[in-house]
Design a protein around this ligand. Structure first.
Ligand SMILES: [Zn+2]
Length: 125
């Protein structure tokens, strides 16, 4: 549990999150899944747990805008398509995005990672 106390709720949420293939999930989606699985947790607890998992390095957070974040169970380097009309993330392998020039990090700082989110929508016919 990456140094986190394995409370019943954390274990149940970890099972929902990590029990299958890699995926991207919002707090609201996970809350719905918890409900369906009869795991009784508040949305606030879901938020706290997701942020604790994120801080423990188990999840990567991908912010779409100020009010919407997805949590990615794949913490390796990669980028994302965000399908706007379906509110869904699709992975882009790290090597398919190339940067011609990146600014140097400010004095005394280093780049931690670079996130690219490419927003897409259904092409109109
Ligand atoms: Zn991803």
């Amino acid at each position: 549990m990456a140094g986190l106390r394995p409370t019943r709720q954390r274990v149940a949420l970890a099972e929902l999150l990590f029990g299958g293939p890699h995926r991207h999930v919002s707090a609201e989606q996970l809350h719905g899944e918890a409900d369906t699985a009869n795991v009784n947790v508040s949305l606030a607890t879901i938020y706290n747990t997701l942020h604790q998992f994120h801080e423990a390095g188990l999840l990567r957070e991908v912010a779409i805008d100020a009010s919407r974040s997805y949590f990615d169970t794949d913490t390796s380097d990669h980028h994302h398509f965000y399908v706007e009309d379906e509110q869904r993330m699709i992975d882009i392998p790290a090597e398919s995005v190339e940067f011609k020039a990146l600014p140097k990090a400010p004095e005394g700082m280093e780049v931690s990672h670079v996130d690219v989110v490419i927003r897409v929508r259904r092409a109109s016919a």
